[in-house]
Design a protein around this ligand. Structure first.
Ligand code: CAO
Length: 416
């Protein structure tokens, strides 16, 4: 049967006239035994007052700023269940103590926690509330007395976080530890070199793309034996005009053929929409002494291998001579990062947002390939396609990469 019970301020040691700094309940709330009702603060300690009963709050007799002492009436509650052990053990006029065994000692410990954080000023109950909602109390601006973080501040912080747009442009709410500061000189001689402007800019972009895009990398190999034979033949023809035909010019064309067959790879995410592009501008990662740059070759679908080889040489020279403009690096649909001239068997390139996929090319090598019952030596090119899994499924990525390998293996397909 329902019973009305008074909840009083419990034993709080020798403190009298203690300030109420937080009231966690209101009339009509259903609360459980041990839920925090309010937080009190003395000049030395902040302490939570838990509920000795489960029930419904019928009357509330305190508000923030009130001064209370042991025995002050906090609220009247309608309880339907049997009285809990803690309440039974308490003196009739006083509800359960602040903490079950050693109230003041526990409260003092709580204060130590509050003070040691050094950043946010918040009661233990508010800290717990923030923790339960996954909010970092240190990031919440307090609107209460002396900048104290209130329950409303935590709620508003969570609401604001939820209202932020998802995706690369929105706040990502990553809650990670700060990197510790190391004194490297303690362990040996060091030299400090500032990062170049390009390194700082590309580093920040790479970091954002790495943490905000769910990357998966698909690996495959293309048999480029025939392509290489043709490239060498073409290279000899154009050498007198000083045009170097590198494998990358063929890859640009092959990538466009694959983008045309799989349009989702030639897209960008815009909120809940996918923007499918009908142009084919391909970025090429260029290694420069000052860091990584990604100039964009325009309308690759409309250009031939020789023209692309020429433009590639021009744009990479421009990048290395620091003559590249912001315009030269904009509007890309897909990026190729080729480390083939250097080495390696595979790698996992980072997507160049807002693009949704990137091709990494490693060094080709002669390998024995089993064909018609015998092993034959073939020149195999490793391909690594990283893709945004929000846009592209694994099966589509496998088909795209296999198709790319197929086109490179038989470049006559570029003419189709
Ligand atoms: N396998 C084997 N050899 C390859 C090859 C491959 N996949 N790709 C290129 N090569 C060869 C070329 O044929 C050339 O050989 P020769 O000098 O004997 O003709 C040599 O490697 C050097 O090629 P290159 O670098 O001059 O030309 P490229 O078209 O392959 O690359 C460019 C141009 C600008 C992409 C390249 O110079 C570059 O900067 N690569 C680095 C990109 C990068 O840093 N990516 C990482 C980004 S993430 O950090």
């Amino acid at each position: 049967m329902a019973e009305m019970k008074q909840v009083l301020v419990p034993d709080i040691g020798d403190y009298k006239g203690v300030s109420v700094i937080e009231v966690m309940v209101k009339v009509g709330d259903t609360i459980n035994e041990e839920d925090t009702l309010l937080t009190l603060e003395t000049d030395k300690a902040a302490m939570d007052v838990p509920s000795p009963y489960s029930g419904i709050v019928k009357e509330l007799h305190v508000e923030i700023g009130d001064k209370v002492s042991r025995g002050s009436l906090i609220l009247v509650m309608e309880c339907s269940d049997a009285q809990p052990a803690a309440a039974q053990a308490a003196p009739e006029s006083v509800a359960a103590p602040v903490a079950a065994s050693a109230p003041v000692a526990v409260a003092a410990q709580t204060v130590q926690t509050v003070v040691s954080s050094g950043k946010a000023h918040a009661s233990p109950a508010i800290r717990r509330f923030a923790r339960e909602l996954g909010a970092d109390i240190a990031q919440i601006k307090g609107s209460g007395e002396k900048g104290r973080v209130t329950k409303e501040d935590v709620q508003n912080f969570i609401k604001a976080a939820l209202a932020q747009p998802r995706g690369a442009a929105g706040g990502n709410g990553l809650q990670v530890l700060d990197m510790p500061v190391f004194d490297f000189a303690k362990f040996g001689t060091i030299e400090t070199r500032p990062l170049s402007r390009i390194q700082k800019i590309s580093g920040a972009n790479l970091h954002r793309n790495w943490v905000t895009i769910p990357h998966v990398t698909q690996f495959d190999e293309a048999d480029i034996t025939d392509m290489e034979a043709f490239r060498k033949q073409l290279g000899a023809e154009y050498a007198k005009q000083n045009i170097k035909i590198t494998p990358l010019a063929f890859m640009l064309k092959a990538v466009v053929a694959a983008l045309q067959k799989f349009p989702k790879f030639n897209a960008s995410l815009d909120g809940d929409n996918l923007i499918l592009k009908q142009y084919f501008h391909i970025g090429v990662a260029v290694d420069t002494p000052d860091g990584l740059m990604v100039p964009v070759l325009r309308d690759v679908d409309k250009k031939g291998i020789v023209q692309l080889a020429t433009e590639l040489a021009e744009i990479s020279a421009k990048a290395r001579e620091k003559k590249i403009t912001a315009n030269d690096m904009q509007g890309g649909c897909f990026t190729i990062s080729s480390l083939g001239g250097i080495g390696g068997t595979a790698f996992t390139p980072i997507i160049n947002a807002p693009e949704v996929a990137i091709l990494g090319v490693s060094r080709s090598a002669m390998k024995p390939v089993y064909q018609d019952g015998v092993f034959v030596p073939r020149l195999m090119l490793p391909l690594s396609v990283s893709y945004d899994h929000r846009v592209i499924d694994g099966a589509a990525a496998a088909r795209f990469t296999a198709y790319l390998a197929q086109v490179l293996s038989d470049i006559r397909r570029l003419a189709l």
